[in-house]
Design a protein around this ligand. Structure first.
Ligand code: SF4
Length: 357
């Protein structure tokens, strides 16, 4: 909204009660400060962005950014995508340096699929609550309880967990991978319980055991919030990431005709594709809010509304332009994955990429 809409002429201020007049002055001051700060930040980001691009050219580096990165990172990246897209780009690039703007397991995956390259992580402390919800010890114990089971791991896992897995999957190909495994084969699916429940419902797979892990951001998006937003935008398509706490409930309700039929459970890449081809012009989006920048940028003339504005991943937001600049300048910190782990993890990742192809 334009600032002028909030301004009250000075003559009107005189007739307002003192408390309201003061509140209006404060509001005008805040919006004015906000605008100045935004302009300053815009200039700073533009300068930093130019520095980053210049350093990337000097280093012959490719910058890969996840859909949940802040807008200024997405804007300077060579490629913006989901975990699967980033892994594909990391594998096929011939650039000697890869800068991974995402959380740490994504940088590990890039190193595993392209061990000859230098992989840089602008902030190696950017973790992931979902990846951290299962440890190597947990997985080994679980496997010992189901010695014949095939282990299917979502890509949001550490290199160590991938190395103990038979398949790695993303939300974009998990269903195809599960369907490709013989029906009588027991499956251990980890670590996301919501994606696992969604897969179980979709495939009717009774012999699939699900680890009770979750992402704190997606788990925080509740069915009642999504339903309220959908009621407010009655003509909108509802796009839900399968990691969301609401996904399983929505799929269940959808299958029974309870939910709005314009509900789509999609990976973030699937959301972009769906929104560009759908006849709808408004979309309620249930995933981390960073995806809204890409949707607005790539699909002009349509409206995208967050199902929950608080669905923000602090880990993803740890990556800043300053950190990207520093990592390119210093060529550090580099990402290293010990060969015995990388070699075994690569088998699971290659299977994921093969099913995608
Ligand atoms: S949004 Fe969730 S799954 Fe994605 S990086 Fe953040 S914590 Fe991990």
């Amino acid at each position: 909204m334009r600032r002028s809409a909030f301004r009250v002429p000075s003559s009107a201020l005189e007739v307002l009660p003192a408390s309201l007049a003061t509140a209006d002055r404060i509001h005008t001051q805040i919006t004015s400060d906000d605008r100045a700060e935004r302009a300053e930040r815009g200039t700073r980001n533009a300068e930093l962005g130019e520095t980053v691009r210049r350093l990337a050219d000097e280093r012959d580096a490719v910058i890969l950014a996840h859909n949940y990165q802040v807008p200024e990172i997405q804007d300077i990246a060579d490629f913006v995508g989901d975990s699967l897209g980033l892994a594909i780009q990391a594998r096929k690039t011939d650039a000697p340096v890869i800068v991974m703007c995402g959380v740490y397991f994504m940088a590990e995956t890039a190193k595993i699929v392209n061990p000859e390259r230098t992989v840089l992580s602008p902030d190696p402390t950017a973790g992931c609550s979902l990846a951290d919800s299962i440890t190597l010890r947990d997985l080994r114990r679980w496997k010992s309880e189901h010695p014949e089971a095939v282990v299917v791991s979502y890509v949001n896992t550490t290199a160590e967990i991938k190395a103990e897995s038979d398949y790695c999957v993303t939300s974009g190909n998990a269903e195809a991978v599960v369907r490709s495994i013989p029906a009588d084969q027991e499956i251990l699916f980890l670590p996301d319980q919501f994606l696992g429940s969604w897969l179980k419902e979709r495939t009717g797979r009774e012999n699939m055991h699900i680890w009770l892990g979750e992402c704190h951001v997606h788990a925080g998006i509740r069915p009642e919030e999504v339903r309220a937003r959908q009621e407010a935008y009655a003509d909108a398509d509802l796009l839900i990431h399968p990691e969301c706490g609401c996904a399983s409930a929505c799929v269940w309700a959808n299958g029974r005709g309870v939910m709005n039929p314009r509900t789509y459970v999609l990976s973030t890449e699937g959301m972009v594709k769906h929104a560009s081809t759908s006849a709808a012009d408004t979309f309620v989006v249930a995933t981390e809010t960073g995806i809204l920048h890409r949707l607005h940028k790539e699909i002009q003339g349509k409206r995208f509304v967050a199902a929950d504005e608080n669905a923000v991943c602090g880990y993803m937001k740890q990556i800043t332009l300053e950190k990207v600049r520093d990592t390119l300048r210093d060529l550090a910190p580099t990402v290293e994955v010990p060969s015995p782990i990388a070699d075994r993890a690569r088998i699971a990742i290659d299977r994921m990429l093969a099913v995608h192809a």
